[in-house]
Design a protein around this ligand. Sequence first.
Ligand code: GTP
Length: 357
Amino acid sequence: MSDIDAVILVGGKGTRLRPLTLSAPKPMLPIAGVPFLTHLLSRIRAAGIEHVILGTSYRAEVFSEYFGDGSAFGLSIDYVVETEPLGTGGGIRHVAPYLHGDTALVFNGDVLSGVDLRELLARHEENSADVTLYLTRVADPRAFGCVPTRPDGRVTAFLEKQANPVTDQINAGAYVFRRPVLEAIPAGRPVSVERETFPALLAAGARVFGHIDSSYWRDLGTPADFVAGSADLVRGIAPSAALPGPVGRRLILPGAVVDADATVSGGSTIGAGARVEAGAVVDGAVLFDGAVVLAGAVVRRSIIGRDAVIGSGSVIQDAVIGDRVRIGAANELLHGARVWPDASIPDGALRFSAPDA
Ligand code: GTP
């Protein structure tokens, strides 16, 4: 594995997870007790890869402040910063000068997956491929890039977000590149690997293969996927070697206080210093550090930002509550509701469901 570099694209703005991504980039949001990226790095390390390059842009400094040179994680990490975001393909090309070896294993920084990385790399070698795409099957492929393959695994097309998909195989957000192929991506301008690089490689007859894997997979780009992925990590359904405590119905981080008469279930995470009072229900939810759920409040499948307070008897369901928000008693925020940081909502003021829910 010494000639394999792992490249992780972490430069996106994470707009779908706003307002949480206003202060931290998406891969640094805490999930099951640690920044999401820690789970991916633990899998890279477990596969025997030591050199990681992070392709950063938005809030680049947050990554290096936390991971440093990587030695605490058994890794050597280089940070490459795009002053203007170069897109997924541009971001991959931009790290080329930092590669040590001849093969790059590239990841989108927001995918939670159990794929066997050694097997993915082995398949790439066996096929003498230029690029190997990690593919997974989903029930509804319409929102993804569909990637049909021949029986020998050779990719025949790359079809972004089709109304009538021709296959249930989708781009799972990890790729193996032969170095010269990566270096042939145009430099210095935005490039989409999905819309430009892969279609161009196929048109040119390059050896592009798919590796179909059926282990756990989830893209954590939306609030619904973020809470579901978090609950899957806590319940041990999604694999990670980076969990800070035992897995099960819930994860309660050090310094959190949960009243004996509160119900915390469904793989919820209660952040450090957070508090859940008597009679409250927290189900399949994520409470960031210092968040408070007062007596009798209900929080389901939602993310509660740092130091936010949910008032007594309020119901928060499928919602995103920003850092330091104060929600008074007896409010209802349902189905896609989002509250921006520092907002204050008086008692009984809101019965809110997002219009597009
Ligand atoms: P949304 O704004 O919610 O779509 O999120 P996003 O900005 O993260 O975009 P998306 O989920 O499509 O990105 C997939 C992966 O590529 C994520 O890990 C992003 O951090 C990363 N990414 C997206 N655009 C760029 C970019 O311009 N440069 C780099 N280095 N990474 C990017």
